[in-house]
Design a protein around this ligand. Structure first.
Ligand code: K1U
Ligand code: ZN
Length: 172
């Protein structure tokens, strides 16, 4: 089932999400809903707080090549174990901040550990867009948005645009 995506500013996007103590069918359904919502948007990642769920769960699929097989990942309790000194800059977007993009510099490679939907612990080295996206999604679990990396003036400008967008959407 597709879920509505919260738009910034919203206090639920600023909270630190809670760890998952045990996997359940309900949490596996939540992961499936998040993947459906992400593909429909369309996006390459989504974090549970973006649909108003206060849980450390992210989904991503950064396969961009036309015709390539999708690689949906659902990560419960994801953690960055190591980050490279080398950085990369990518023009990021966010489904909670529609149509706004800005350059963000982050570690180019990260080692990530998480629990998969079958309850297995997994660890993977990620680079390129996968590394950028997984860091962006884990930031969401800490209540951090990509605009928090920008200068205050640019952040305020984007926030004002989002307030206006939400007002227009509420009017219908
Ligand atoms: O977390 C989110 O809001 C999803 C976000 C993830 C992200 C994008 C870019 C850099 C880092 C993280 C998005 O998916 S925004 C949409 C987007 O980037 C995209 C949409 C369609 C095709 C390709 C990319
Ligand atoms: Zn985002």
């Amino acid at each position: 089932m597709k879920r509505p995506i919260l738009i910034h500013p919203d206090p639920r996007l600023k909270q630190v999400a809670k760890p998952v103590p045990d996997l359940s069918d309900e949490l596996r359904r939540l992961a499936a809903d998040m993947l459906e919502t992400m593909y429909d948007a369309p996006g390459i990642g989504l974090a549970a707080p973006q649909i108003g769920v206060d849980t450390r769960l992210i989904v991503l699929d950064c396969v961009k090549e036309e015709g390539a097989a999708p690689r949906p990942l659902a990560m419960f309790n994801p953690e960055i174990l190591a980050s490279s000194d080398e950085t990369s800059t990518y023009e990021e977007g966010c489904l909670s901040i529609p149509d706004q993009y800005a350059d963000v510099t982050r570690p180019a490679e990260v080692t990530v550990r998480w629990i998969d939907p079958e309850g297995r612990e997994r660890t993977e080295d990620m680079a390129g867009l996968w590394a950028t996206c997984v860091q962006h999604e884990i930031d969401h679990l800490q209540g951090k948005l990509f605009i928090d990396y920008l200068k205050p003036l640019k952040r305020q400008l984007i926030t004002r645009k989002m307030v206006k967008l939400k007002r227009e959407r509420a009017r219908g």
